[in-house]
Write a protein of this length. Structure first.
Length: 344
């Protein structure tokens, strides 16, 4: 199979993102054609908004949801590429280091126990309470796992993986206990974090997540050459002049920043970080200068398409986004396992 060049991957990725954006823009409980969407965008740019139902639906509901989906998919896809490059394993996923689980556990604690033990939080943080607490939980878990992975002055990737598995199990147990304590209303809120959705998109959160993912992407792109060297082995990377420890710290911090921000606003969306990088490597090879941006674009397209299906498959109800990505991701993951089994 001929590999695609970097420019071809960028062109193909841009086309996929544009096609998924157009498809997701038009589909939904309130169907819109592309012509009306174009008129709404032109009215927005020219200051000619008239408050029609189509304009209100698109600008207040659909557009923030689309932008959040773009940012979420890009952040998860790029983070998956970073983790797979760091672990040197295409089966790695951002969820391995417990960032998503930490965010979900912190959100669950806030939902179930917040009103009892932290009654002043909603008054001081307002509608940002859950988002900020979930983000704090993801960063706390990242710091804990990184500390546990330290051994003799270096970061052991194997220890980081084991610590992530343990933290994921602990977070799962904690969420299970919280669901036992929760009321019916609190249970519905917790389900949002466990199953994932873009339904909570609002402009303030969208601006924050887009800004964080852009910063994470720019920082992650600087790791590409170092990850290419680490793919040869840590000893060889050191001989090539790569600061391996600094690269590990940077990759973990960027992943925590991007996945923490995404999970805090959308809940847990699994397997995007596994699917996107592997698909890009299949068509473009292992060069992280191509894999990182390609994974971001493919991840964005996957989340937008999955959300489009979630909004329309059982309309007017909405399927959980995390369920759809898992339905696609689990068979893909099992196929990868079979491929590795045949190689051994």
């Amino acid at each position: 199979m001929n590999r695609l060049s970097r420019s071809q991957v960028m062109l193909l990725g841009s086309a996929l993102v544009l096609a998924s954006l157009l498809s997701a823009s038009a589909r939904g409980a309130y169907a819109m054609d592309l012509a009306s969407i174009a008129r709404t965008l032109w009215a927005l740019l020219s200051g000619g908004l008239d408050g029609s139902p189509a304009q209100l639906v698109f600008l207040n509901i659909r557009l923030p949801r689309l932008l959040l989906g773009l940012a979420a998919g890009a952040g998860l896809g790029m983070s998956g590429a970073l983790m797979q490059g760091l672990f040197r394993n295409p089966l790695a996923d951002p969820g391995l280091i417990g960032v998503s689980s930490g965010a979900a556990l912190a959100a669950g604690i806030t939902i179930v126990l917040g009103s009892r033990y932290f009654p002043d939080l909603p008054r001081s943080l307002g509608s940002w309470t859950l988002v900020l607490m979930a983000f704090a939980g993801s960063l706390t878990v990242t710091v804990l796992i990184y500390a546990l992975a330290q051994s003799q002055g270096s970061t052991r990737v194997g220890l980081m993986l084991l610590a992530g598995v343990a933290i994921n199990a602990l977070a799962g147990a904690g969420l299970g206990f919280l669901t036992f304590l929760a009321s019916d209303e609190q249970l519905r809120s917790i389900q949002f974090w466990l199953l994932g959705s873009l339904g909570g998109a609002r402009w303030s959160a969208v601006v924050l997540v887009v800004a964080i993912v852009l910063i994470a992407f720019c920082a992650g792109s600087t790791c590409a050459r170092a990850l290419n060297a680490i793919a040869l082995g840590e000893a060889q990377a050191v001989l090539l002049g790569v600061d391996v420890e600094a690269t590990k710290r940077r990759a973990v911090a960027i992943t925590a920043l991007a996945v923490g921000a995404v999970t805090a606003t959308t809940g847990m969306i699994g397997f995007v970080g596994l699917l996107a990088p592997h698909c890009v490597r299949l068509v473009a090879g292992p060069d992280h200068r191509t894999v990182l941006p390609g994974s971001a674009m493919l991840g964005a397209a996957l989340v937008l398409l999955a959300d489009s299906v979630a909004r329309t498959a059982v309309a007017p109800a909405e399927l959980p986004l995390g369920v759809l990505t898992a339905l696609v991701g689990v068979p893909f993951f099992l196929a990868l396992l079979r491929q590795f089994k045949e190689r051994v």
